[in-house]
Design a protein around this ligand. Structure first.
Ligand SMILES: NC(=O)c1ccc[n+]([C@@H]2O[C@H](COP(=O)([O-])OP(=O)(O)OC[C@H]3O[C@@H](n4cnc5c(N)ncnc54)[C@H](OP(=O)(O)O)[C@@H]3O)[C@@H](O)[C@H]2O)c1
Length: 361
């Protein structure tokens, strides 16, 4: 099979590096173009990553593939779109707002940025949950005159929350959700990122714009296409001194009563949309339930199923909320929460014929 040619914009960033690693041996997609800011343009990837003091900027434990290390990096505006079948975008929202519509004129754009997440003609896809929301793409093309489209992935925190809620929505209905997140510093990226002096031995109780994003996105993901779910969502998002992996404490009020065993079993057995189970990046199980009350622990559990699982533990009844339950989850913010979650969307859209067919690109 001929692989689809992919450009990666924001290739030098935290999410960008995760894309490089995830695409290295991908069966359907091949990374053939790299872009970043003017600071990196004109250098090979390895040199674009390097810090002014000479430190290599490659942050992942796996080695940087040599083919990619020597690839040239161009400026985002300078990408020759005729050379690619799709674009992965991993830039900040303000940059995405300017660049992604330019790419989408011609190509499918799968984005980790928030710039287009809230448009009514933009699906917020998590393949096991809402694969049929991709029908919005045709509407987007007609309304915006795109030959391609923009398909953003949800925020890394909304993603973990929505994954843990999806089986409960399906089985019992969900009325209300209260969540407090403990988010890793890598979630803030590197430009400017979180300063060590602010976060070491500390918890910062506010992440600008995050709580509103989580509430809106969770309802959009779990709702019907074009109609947000009616559940109430309230959250507090905090930054903690953890490198990778978000932890959250969730309280949920169900529409119908259930037992702890039923709730745990429903989450554990949840398979999601059939199409999503066959995608190359799909884990063997979307949700793992841990019985040990000391788990999940972010350092031990974030990489389960290659960072693609939502790990849930401490499932208990809650006596304050009606039909109340509470639990803790861990979700990998730069893997399923960013690059690999975006890759999963691309795989689904390819399987649905929305990427890669000559009529669409
Ligand atoms: N980190 C996470 O856990 C996570 C999770 C979910 C979603 N996201 C989202 O993913 C996006 C990227 O996040 P990140 O954490 O990877 O950020 P980051 O580490 O700060 O990286 C930003 C990237 O954008 C590039 N860039 C900056 N200005 C540009 C321009 N004008 N044209 C082209 N490229 C430009 C940078 O290139 P230079 O190196 O040349 O400056 C760098 O490659 C953000 O929208 C973020 O909200 C991140």
């Amino acid at each position: 099979m001929k692989k689809l040619r992919c450009a990666l914009v924001g290739a030098t960033g935290l999410a960008g590096q995760q894309f490089v690693a995830a695409l290295a041996l991908h069966p359907w997609f091949e990374l053939t173009g790299l872009a970043a800011s003017a600071r990196s343009a004109g250098k090979c990837y390895m040199e674009a990553l390097r810090k002014p003091n000479g430190l290599s900027g490659w942050l992942l434990p796996e080695p940087l593939p040599s083919r990619i290390a020597s690839m040239p990096v161009v400026e985002g505006e300078a990408l020759d779109l005729g050379l690619f079948d799709l674009v992965f975008s991993a830039v900040e929202a303000d940059v995405a707002l300017a660049l992604e519509p330019i790419y989408a004129q011609q190509l499918p754009v799968i984005s980790t940025a928030s710039a287009f997440r809230y448009g009514e003609d933009v699906p917020l896809l998590i393949p096991p949950i809402n694969a049929e929301h991709s029908k919005l793409i045709e509407e987007q093309r007609q309304q915006r005159g795109f030959k391609g489209f923009v398909a953003p992935k949800p925020s890394c925190t909304a993603l973990g929350l929505a994954m843990s809620l999806a089986p409960l929505v399906e089985a019992y209905g969900v009325k209300a959700v209260l969540m407090t997140s403990m988010q890793a510093i890598s979630g803030a990226g590197r430009s400017p990122g979180v300063v060590a002096l602010d976060i070491v031995q500390n918890i910062v109780p506010y992440i600008p714009k995050e709580e509103g994003k989580v509430a809106i996105e969770t309802k959009k993901i779990l709702g019907k296409r074009g109609e947000p779910h009616a559940m109430k969502v309230s959250c507090t998002c905090t930054r903690v001194p953890i490198l990778e992996g978000h932890t959250a404490s969730v309280f949920v009020s169900l529409e119908r009563p259930a037992t702890v065993e039923e709730v745990s079993q429903t989450m554990h057995a949840w398979k999601g949309a059939e199409l999503s189970q066959k995608l190359p990046s799909a884990p063997v199980r979307w949700i793992e339930i841990m019985e040990d009350p000391f788990r999940p622990q972010v350092r031990l559990d974030r990489d389960m199923h290659a960072g693609m699982a939502t790990i849930v533990g401490r499932v208990r009844e809650d006596a304050v909320l009606e039909n109340g339950f509470k639990y803790v989850f861990v979700s990998h913010n730069t893997k399923i929460g960013a690059a690999k979650g975006a890759l999963l969307i691309a795989e689904m859209l390819y399987a649905q014929g929305l990427i890669g067919s000559s009529t669409n690109t």
